[in-house]
Design a protein around this ligand. Structure first.
Ligand SMILES: [Zn+2]
Length: 289
């Protein structure tokens, strides 16, 4: 009689992001598709998002009750059909120039964060990990710290028996960023705001374009239209960030669906062959077509 063997094969998708709402913007569609196809899917959120209170300006209080953002992420996970979120509990560092508070992710020692992510990976045993691009989409200090530490944790875990088999970085194609900025500008004008954008807005817009990936560097474009409603519902859960936006206007809704028709990634490991393109993550069951 043979002993039953315990499977060591990793399975499912772990997405590692910095703040509640990052997951839904960047990889909400992929997570919903993976979950619908029967893969276990988890979100590891490094901070509690407590500096998400007010947009933009320097020198004002941006603090927000962390429980609000934790609850918003739990709501988003439910909409995406994935497991309850896991938090590392670091404080949100706030935007560059705000002065990151004590206990924030960007001030935490890298080794400590890597070790804590590694503990989660060993416990969940995902096949695939997705996190930010090194530029963190727009250079937020928590986003770049998250990319750095999650990618380092992946490399260590991947070298272990039963470790994950693929690492993806979520990226914004430069063309999409430029399109989004044009849409925001049109939205602003429609709302009757004819003031020119502030210096801070312009600086942020330029940083966005610079940090976005040139379109030809992208390896993985996943069509997510079958689950776009779920992604929009997950985004709407993040009410403290969306500030009441519900995309009820049909025209705006159509634009959203166009903009969110696909999600884009660079497969970091295993490195793609030159010119290789894919429309799904490797290492997962992939059902809905
Ligand atoms: Zn973020």
């Amino acid at each position: 009689m043979t002993e039953p063997t315990i499977s060591t094969a990793p399975s499912g998708l772990l997405s590692i992001f910095a703040h509640p709402d990052d997951e839904s913007y960047g990889a909400g569609g992929v997570m919903a598709l993976a979950a619908a196809a029967g893969n276990p899917v988890w979100v590891l959120c490094a901070t509690n998002g407590d500096q998400g209170g007010k947009p933009g300006e320097v020198g004002v209080d941006h603090s927000l009750d962390p429980e609000i953002r934790r609850a918003e992420l739990a709501c988003a996970c439910k909409e995406l059909g994935v497991a309850e979120p896991i938090f590392l509990g670091y404080r949100d560092s706030g935007m560059e120039g705000w002065g990151a508070p004590e206990g924030s992710l960007s001030r935490a020692p890298k080794d400590e964060v890597v070790e804590r992510i590694l503990t989660v990976i060993r416990r969940l045993r995902p096949a695939v990990i997705v996190t930010f691009d090194p530029g963190g989409v727009y250079g937020h200090p928590d986003h770049t710290a998250c990319s750095d530490t999650a990618s380092a944790a992946y490399l260590r875990a991947a070298a272990e028996p039963g470790g994950p088999v693929a690492l993806y970085h979520q990226v914004m194609p430069r063309s999409v960023v430029m399109g989004m900025q044009a849409m925001q500008e049109a939205e602003r004008r429609r709302s009757g705001d004819d003031k020119p954008p502030t210096e801070d807005d312009i600086r942020q817009q330029e940083a966005f374009i610079k940090l976005a990936r040139p379109d030809d560097e992208i390896t993985t474009v996943v069509p997510i239209l079958p689950v776009v409603e779920r992604k929009i519902a997950a985004l709407a859960c993040h009410d403290s960030q969306m500030r009441g936006r519900r995309w009820d206007d049909p025209e705006e809704r159509a634009q959203m669906e166009k903009m969110f028709g696909s999600e884009t990634f660079v497969r970091v490991d295993p490195a793609p062959r030159p010119g290789e393109m894919e429309d799904r993550f490797m290492g997962l069951k992939w059902g809905m077509e």
